[in-house]
Design a protein around this ligand. Sequence first.
Ligand code: DC
Length: 228
Amino acid sequence: MNTKIIIAIDGHSSTGKSTVAKQLAEVLGYTYVDTGAMYRAVAWYAMQNGIIVANELAVDQLKKALSRINIRFKQNPKTAIVETYVNDQNVESFIRSIEVSKWVSKVAAISEVRKKLVEQQQQMGVHKGIVMDGRDIGSVVFPNAELKLFMTASAQVRAQRRYDEMKSKGEKVTFEEVLNNVIERDHIDSTRKDSPLIKAADAIVIDNSDLSRTAQFNKILELVNQAM
Ligand code: DC
């Protein structure tokens, strides 16, 4: 039997990290953790509780509220999909909206928020057998992960994917709005002081601008087998 490993998948937004991570977890029988959902859940909580009002994020108020925000993942027994909960409320259908997307990078730039979520993420990986995707998994959360992937694609390709996904869910949004959000988040995520989005030195880059999902997955499976 293979020993279990940690697979860290980082990269820009909408590069298909979560699709790959979910597929890998299923094939390997590993736990999948979407860390972006955790930052989104904190942003959603802030919007619901008067911490983000109009165009203002009350940073000190959010820091104080952190101890009251309990984020969990639970598998839906009907669909087998893992869903995000905040204080026992299922928030899965709210956290991917354009409103949450507009605030999440600012929330994720707050060190206290990162500290809390990183500790929880590290705890989830103590027994290995985990596929985690995010921005700082290979660089900060699991610097000793056995396999680190860094996924990227052009901003246009990524915005088109996110736009198609949002449209299919019936969200009212324009392509321009999504593209601007992708570019703005890239900028904030890559330039923040605490744990910016960077490729860990030992991460393998996967540019999937022109790669089919199947070709990409086969390539990644090969890398997983090597790492094991
Ligand atoms: O993966 P995503 O697009 O759902 O992530 C939402 C935001 O959360 C993203 O703009 C940056 C932030 N994030 C982060 O800072 N660190 C992580 N490990 C995961 C996400």
